[in-house]
Design a protein around this ligand. Structure first.
Ligand code: S3P
Length: 174
């Protein structure tokens, strides 16, 4: 019988669709969705932007690691991770031990179109351009590829299409 209770960790650059695809998987397949950024915000009682400004990136990264440690007790969840979660090798280890890591990929132009009107991402504020996104994506590319068990492209696909592809690719193998 197929094991459809494995945790799925969705990783990828900002704007690659992790949040929307996780929500769709919750809706379509009755999965529990854990949105790491939202949990941090709820716990801290302040926005990601405020956390970065007041306590720094390192503090935010500690919050991510803490939450991942707690998720080790969960199963059957779709975990939507912040784009920088893979920057700490310890986080990648925690995800590998507790589920399947799926990388959502998108072109820099697609990402720009999705994030350009928002100001919730401190890393992109003041750097909102296709060129900057391309450059940072390039810098992180190896880390994402290295962490991923599976890669799904999202350009020109609907959220539901991507959700279906993630589900099929993870659970097809059993
Ligand atoms: C970050 C991505 C953001 C959020 C924070 C840092 C990053 O999450 O965790 O702003 O370093 O890539 P999303 O990928 O959900 O935008």
């Amino acid at each position: 019988m197929r094991n459809t209770h494995k945790n799925i960790f969705l990783i990828g650059f900002m704007g690659s669709g992790k949040t929307s695809v996780s929500a769709a998987m919750g809706r379509l397949y009755g999965k529990n969705v854990i949105e790491i950024d939202d949990q941090i915000v709820a716990r801290e009682g302040r926005s990601v932007k405020q956390i970065f400004e007041e306590s720094g990136e390192e503090y935010f990264r500690n919050c991510e690691t803490e939450l991942l440690c707690e998720i080790t007790f969960r199963s059957n969840a779709i975990v939507s991770c912040g784009g920088g979660i893979v920057l700490r090798p310890q986080n990648v280890e925690l995800m590998k031990e507790n589920g399947v890591i799926v990388l959502l990929e998108a072109e820099a132009g697609t990402i720009y179109g999705r994030v350009k009107d928002e100001n919730v991402r401190p890393i992109l504020n003041g750097n909102m351009s296709v060129e900057y996104i391309q450059e940072l994506k390039q810098k992180r590319a190896h880390t994402y590829q290295h962490a991923a068990d599976l890669v799904i492209r999202t350009d020109r696909k609907t959220i539901e299409q991507v959700a279906g592809e993630v589900y099929e690719s993870v659970y097809r193998a059993g």
